[in-house]
Design a protein around this ligand. Sequence first.
Ligand code: TXA
Ligand code: MG
Length: 516
Amino acid sequence: MIRKLDEKEFAVILEIVNDAANAYKGHIPADRWKQPYMPPQELQEEIRTGVQFYGLTENNNVVAVMGIQPVSKEVTLIRHAYVLSNQQRKGHGEKLLRYLFDLADTPTVLVGTWKAAFWAVNFYAKNGFVEVSEEEKNRLLHKYWNIPERQVETSTVLKMQKQPKKKTLVLQVDAQNPDPEKIKVAAEILKKGGLAAFPTETVYGLGANAFNGRAVTDLFAAKNRPLDNPPILHINQVNQVSQLAKEVPKNAEELMQKFWPGPLTLVFKRKDSVPKETVAGLDTVAIRMPKHNVALELIKQSGTPIAAPSANLSGKPSPTDAKHVFADLNGRIDVILDAGSTNIGVESTVLDLSVDPPVLLRPGGTPFEEIKKILPNVKLHPFVDAQKELSLEQARSPGMKHKHYAPNAEVILVEGDASAVITKIKELVKRYQREGKRVAVLATDETQKEYTSDLVVSMGTRFNLETIAKNLFRELREFDSRKVDVILAESVPLEGLGLAVMNRLRKASGYHIIKA
Ligand code: TXA
Ligand code: MG
């Protein structure tokens, strides 16, 4: 499993860095390995200047660590690459490197400051890095790094170009009666292990053949998605559940009958035949049957369940239009089936039936109230209506712990009764404008006239939470081109689709919530 390490995990990073440095002590100057190779202050500084550390775990222990730093449009720097010394030969370094390399948007450069010690040259050469010319080395070192002059002499700079981009084909299809020939193009791509984006009734999905582990790994890379967050498997016939799930509890039957096809994802114990890449190592699997003719026809023609997370770059709002998919993934995937905007606008509800009582893990297009009518004992996972960040140990659905839906501007959610919210937002608009910030308000049709901020955007009418759900992600996305510093968002009631809307708004705000 590969995941980003945070500042709290200092001790782990230090242990591995120091351990790996010791292992190479014959090759690096004695003054370096005799003391801690990287003292805590130095690590603090690295993190402060934007180095992001990633770790690869085995049996829950971190065994390899690498740090990357996007320094400019020209290069991404791999700052550190360390493998726990007793794990040297297990290929962990390579696996982590490949993952990080996919994350980088620019050519990736590695600087080694002791030529003789540059054990990594072999390793990196094997992974497609080449040494740059003396001239380029000097240019890069002087432009980007404060390496002392005496070390410039002994440095090695390795660089790997990004692979040529894929050509992404966009095919317009009719949402109701899609042309089977066009769907066939995408189905053939999926059969060959490629990636195809397609509309569902909720949001666009990015699909790969669920039984092809390699294709699913490519899918994660295309989205920059953390490897521990599995996709939903999409089917077009109820009997496909038995290809994927080991046990289907009795209470599932009625739900499938009533809500499929539709925006409800069910989590079951999985079959061993589902590749581990597809379920991110979990022993459960999430399945849904989408209510969209393009999606259903694509699954049918592909002849396989399709693993499909939302078709956005990880962290961005889910795409409700093919234009959003194109903006995030052009050049990274093979084809986009464009059938215009999606209907529901928030993702499916995720319901865990592998436990008793069943637990709703993500609120979405199927309201909690509707599920409760069939499963009176269903529980809401605390994350669903959390108003603050809960600890990771409490996360049951991997998606709960990753950053989501965030526009570039700071989002602040103001919660309370409508009239109190308006008063509070007006006050906040003034305060932020006094600080010289450009302020937007994410309001509703009924309240938008109240504000005099730099920008006011309506999510729709308060009397129809379905419209608000439908518009939400588009509005969040469009803020990125609207040059504002702060977005003050109104809360909506927690009933019906409001629960999903509020869950997404709270996440988009990073739980920056102000009570009115
Ligand atoms: O509406 C939707 O559900 C869209 C469309 C494309 O179908 N898909 C979607 O997928 O939103 P994604 O990958 O963005 O979100 C899937 C969610 C994540 O929160 C993930 O953690 C959770 O489902 N999930 C997947 N497998 C799981 C499992 N075995 N147990 C618990 N949660 C799981
Ligand atoms: Mg998603």
